[in-house]
Design a protein around this ligand. Structure first.
Ligand code: SAM
Length: 281
C-alpha cells in the first residue's frame, strides 16, 4: 500500500499511527516484496509475522505462498486486517492473533507457543516495532527456527551484531550463540509513514547447526544477566563475589582481571559459556 492509500484507509476507520506502538508503516510495495524475497520465503513455509499493521508485509508473504501467523496488539488494526484479509483468513492461509506477541520472559504469547509447537521450525519475518525489538530478538535465541529476517532500527542491528565495543551486550552474545547474523538492506526514513528519525536495516538470522542444547539456554541467560549487570565495572572481581563458579571458568580461560564484560569478544564469550555448560555449572 502506498502512503496516500494507507493514510486514507486509516482515516476512514478513525485510526492514526500510534507512536507508543512503534507504528511506522513501510509504504513502498516494491520494497515489501523485496524483503519477502530476500527472507527466502518459499511456498508452504510457516511464517510468524509480528505487527502486521495494515497488512503491508502480510500480503507479499501470502503471495509467496506462506502460511502466516500474524500477531497484532492494536485492536483497531486487527479489526481492519480482518476486513482487508478476509479471504486468506477464511481459507486458513492466514491466522490472526490479537494481543501482545511477548509473553512472560522468555515466552511468546500462548497462541504463538502452541502454533510454534505445531509447525516446528517456522520463519520469522517482520517490520518490528522499536519498543519490543530487543526483548523479541532475545527470545528468538534457542528457538527452533528456519530463519528470521527482521526490519529494525539501525541501532538495534548494531547491538544485535555486537561488532563494536559499545554495542556488545547480552543480546549480541545470545544471538551469536544461536545464529549466524548479518545485516541486510538499509532503508532510509522516507520509505516509512510516519517517518522515523533514524535509518533502518534488515537483520538476517540463520540458525547455527552447533547451537546449544535447549536445556542450556535458561542457564546461559542467567549467567549473561549477572555478567553484564554492571557493564562499567571489572568483570572478574565482581563475579568472584556474585557467581564464583563462573568466575573460575573465566580464570581458567585466562580472562584478565581488569576487563569489563563488553571487552571480551563474542567468541571469547562463546568459549566461556560452552565451558561452563560442559562443566555442568
Ligand atoms: N507490518 C506493518 C508494516 O510493515 O508496515 C507495520 C509495522 S509497524 C513498524 C509495527 C507493528 O507492530 C504495528 O502494527 C504495531 O501496532 C504492532 N505492535 C507493536 N507492539 C506489538 C506487540 N507487543 N505485539 C504485537 N504487535 C505489536
Amino acid at each position: 500500500m502506498k502512503r496516500r492509500e494507507l493514510q486514507e484507509l486509516l482515516a476512514r476507520q478513525g485510526l492514526a499511527p500510534r507512536h507508543r506502538l512503534g507504528q511506522n508503516f513501510l509504504v513502498e510495495p516494491d520494497l515489501l516484496r523485496a524483503l519477502v524475497r530476500e527472507a527466502g520465503v518459499a511456498a508452504g513455509d510457516a511464517v510468524l509475522e509480528i505487527g502486521p499493521g495494515a497488512g503491508g508485509l502480510t500480503r507479499p508473504l501470502l503471495e509467496a505462498g506462506a502460511r502466516v501467523l500474524a500477531v497484532e496488539v492494536d485492536p483497531g488494526l486487527a479489526s481492519l486486517l480482518r476486513e482487508l484479509l478476509a479471504a486468506p483468513l477464511a481459507e486458513g492461509r492466514l491466522r490472526l492473533v490479537e494481543g501482545d506477541v511477548l509473553g512472560p520472559d522468555p515466552a511468546f504469547h500462548p497462541r504463538v507457543e502452541t502454533w510454534w509447537a505445531e509447525v516446528r521450525r517456522p520463519r520469522v519475518v517482520a517490520n518490528l516495532p522499536y519498543g519490543i525489538s530487543g526483548p523479541l530478538l532475545a527470545r528468538l535465541a534457542g528457538r527452533p527456527l528456519r530463519g528470521a529476517s527482521l526490519l529494525l532500527q539501525q541501532e538495534l542491528v548494531d547491538r544485535a551484531l555486537g561488532r563494536r565495543l559499545r554495542d556488545r551486550g547480552p543480546l549480541a552474545v545470545l544471538l551469536h550463540l544461536a545464529f549466524r547474523a548479518r545485516a541486510g538492506r538499509r532503508l532510509p526514513p522516507e520509505v516509512f509513514w510516519p517517518r522515523p528519525r533514524v535509518h533502518s536495516a534488515v537483520l538476517h538470522l540463520e540458525p547455527r547447526e552447533d547451537a546449544l542444547p535447549a536445556e542450556a539456554w535458561p542457564r546461559v541467560r542467567g549467567w549473561l544477566r549477572v555478567a553484564f549487570a554492571e557493564r562499567r565495572k571489572m568483570l572478574l572481581p565482581r563475579l568472584r563475589e556474585q557467581a564464583p563458579p563462573l568466575a573460575r571458568v573465566l580464570e581458567e580461560a585466562g580472562v584478565e582481571a581488569a576487563l569489563r564484560p563488553e571487552e571480551l569478544s563474542l567468541d571469547d564469550w562463546e568459549g566461556i559459556l560452552r565451558r561452563a555448560i560442559l562443566e555442568g555449572l
